[in-house]
Ligand binder design. Structure first.
Ligand code: ADP
Ligand code: MG
Length: 246
């Protein structure tokens, strides 16, 4: 299942700072869009607003025909939007399988207690992102950064998303781990998943996206084919003048 994600005239102010400035874009069902821009450009803040972790100052967010911008985060997850975090955020004291279980039941810990484990589904999700059987009972402290990213993907997939938002999906990974995560994203794209992907590793990002949106200081500065966006004079200047992380 896939759905259209639409952001319309989104504004987010943190005190005097405008982190998102009249941002509008659409990600069509089955499309994969790269969201690029220097450090501090406002990429993560857009994700936080789509998920309802930060409430927008103004503007709307739609999933398909439905406006989701006033819903709680769990309600948005039920509508099919889900994200990974720039820094993986597993629960450290519990196993890989149990962390995936949390993703399966995003509404409450109570649900987990009353409904119990669906070990088959946890296993299926773990194997789908490339874990080995033996990893199911490991704790996050035992995992490499590549495995933590797999766990982020599995927790996100557990919510049965229609649109996946991936934040700095390659940060801290080895070349081999980048290849593994890329292959996973490609597999999901082939299955029709819709993606909005943030990555400062543009080389790794390029093959995973249909087009790119470049932002700087909260404002969209270019949108279109990756090669055109990356050649845009304003985009080049923003990277040189900004955080310089690409
Ligand atoms: N919770 C917050 N409170 C205040 N300022 C914030 C908060 N979150 C992000 N910002 C600021 O908003 C801007 C955009 O940040 P962010 O979305 O994290 O950028 P990016 O993900 O593109 O690096 C930055 O200037 C950052 O310092
Ligand atoms: Mg960020």
């Amino acid at each position: 299942m896939s759905a259209r994600l639409q952001v319309s005239n989104l504004v987010k102010r943190f005190g005097g700072l405008t982190a998102t400035n009249d941002m509008s874009f659409t990600v069509e069902p089955g499309e994969s869009v790269g969201l690029i821009g220097p450090n501090g450009a406002g990429k993560t803040t857009i994700f936080s607003q789509i998920m309802g972790e930060h409430r927008q100052t103004s503007g709307q967010i739609h999933m398909g025909e439905q406006e989701i911008s006033a819903l709680s985060t769990p309600a948005r997850i039920r509508r099919g939007v889900s994200r990974t975090y720039q820094v993986p955020r597993p629960f450290p004291e519990i196993t890989v399988a149990e962390n995936i279980r949390v993703g399966l039941m995003p509404d409450s810990v109570w649900q987990m207690v009353t409904r119990g484990a669906d070990r088959d589904r946890e296993r299926e999700l773990a194997l789908a992102v490339g874990f080995a059987e033996a990893d199911l009972d490991r704790t996050p402290a035992e995992l490499s950064m590549g495995d933590l990213r797999k766990l982020e993907m599995a927790r996100t997939l557990a919510t049965d998303p229609k649109v996946m938002l991936l934040d700095e999906v390659f940060a801290g990974l080895t070349v081999g781990e980048i290849a593994t995560i890329s292959a996973l994203v490609q597999k999901l794209r082939d299955q029709g998943m819709t993606f909005l992907i943030v990555s400062h590793d543009l080389k790794a990002l390029e093959p995973l996206i249909d087009r790119a949106i470049a932002i700087d200081r909260g404002t969209k500065i270019a949108e279109g084919a990756y090669s055109e966006v990356i050649a845009d004079a304003g985009v080049r200047a923003s990277y040189l003048g900004g955080g310089g992380d690409a």
